[in-house]
Design a protein around this ligand. Structure first.
Ligand code: ADP
Ligand code: MG
Length: 252
């Protein structure tokens, strides 16, 4: 899509530095710092309302911080240079598919709208990306004909058409049955192995987090409590983290 030197690097380094954000006087991000290595799968886990989605929107430049910054390979995300230079993709929580378009049209929409490729080439790319997510030949289906898990996979295929260097997933397993959730986790792992993309996964799904993460940041109330490997997180003594990791329906 562009030929600058950075566009050939598979994964980008992401740094969040002192990120703060308030909405209507309510502080939602209270000073967030982390660094994601190129090619790493970094999970942001924490309870609902802790600021995960807001944080992800800052990483892709959809929200502007009140203070602090996001850097991609050392450059501010909000600079025009970075926006042009790097290929970033976000898989939204809802999937955000257009119901009036077919699966194939949804996946190829970006390329078609920006007239980046001729129709035949778009069809080839769409077929290739659908195959990657296990939906070979499903181009002509409508979103309404798909299960929740299939819709999420279409959303991932759509993210893949730009050959992203950074993929952001917002709650990729929400509303999915356990088996579909496992398949999504496998997709995330395979994409990382195949394309060495940097992956940032926001989730409150413990199984997904521990299944895919190189490292996990635990976020609560707009602050990161700890960052570590899945094993380090399991050994963390913070009562809130332990409660979150062990909560179930069984009486203790
Ligand atoms: N655009 C917005 N305007 C006002 N408040 C917002 C906005 N986006 C998020 N919030 C608030 O920020 C807090 C964190 O939201 P969010 O990041 O969506 O949490 P989660 O960790 O569940 O993804 C919530 O209290 C939410 O209501
Ligand atoms: Mg959210």
């Amino acid at each position: 899509m562009n030929s600058s030197p950075n566009s050939d690097q598979p994964g980008v380094r992401v740094q969040a530095r002192g990120l703060r954000k308030s909405f209507h006087g309510q502080e939602v991000l209270k000073g967030i710092d982390f660094e994601v290595q190129p090619g790493e799968i970094f999970v942001l886990m924490g309870p609902s309302g802790s600021g995960k989605s807001v944080l992800l929107k800052h990483v892709i430049g959809l929200e502007e911080p009140d203070a602090g910054e996001i850097l991609l390979n050392g450059k501010p995300i909000l600079s025009a240079e970075v926006m042009e230079e790097y290929r970033l993709a976000m898989v939204f929580q809802s999937g955000a598919l257009l119901n009036s378009l077919t699966v194939g049209e949804n996946v190829g929409l970006y390329l078609a709208e920006h007239q980046l490729k001729p129709p035949r080439e778009i069809a080839r790319i769409v077929a290739e990306k659908l195959e990657v997510v296990g939906l070979k030949g499903q181009e002509d289906k409508l979103p309404s004909e798909l299960s929740g898990g299939m819709k999420k996979r279409v959303a991932i295929a759509r993210a893949l058409v730009i050959e992203p260097q950074l993929i952001l997933y917002d709650e990729p397993t929400s509303e999915l049955d356990p088996l579909s959730a496992v398949i999504i986790g496998q997709e995330i792992l395979q994409l990382q192995e195949r394309a060495h993309v940097t992956s940032l996964v926001v989730t409150h799904d413990r199984d997904l987090a521990f299944g895919v993460a190189d490292r996990i940041a635990f976020i609560n109330d707009g602050q990161i409590l700890t960052i570590g490997s899945p094993d380090e997180l399991k050994r963390n003594k913070d009562p809130l983290i332990q409660k979150f990791l062990t909560a179930d329906f069984k009486p203790h």
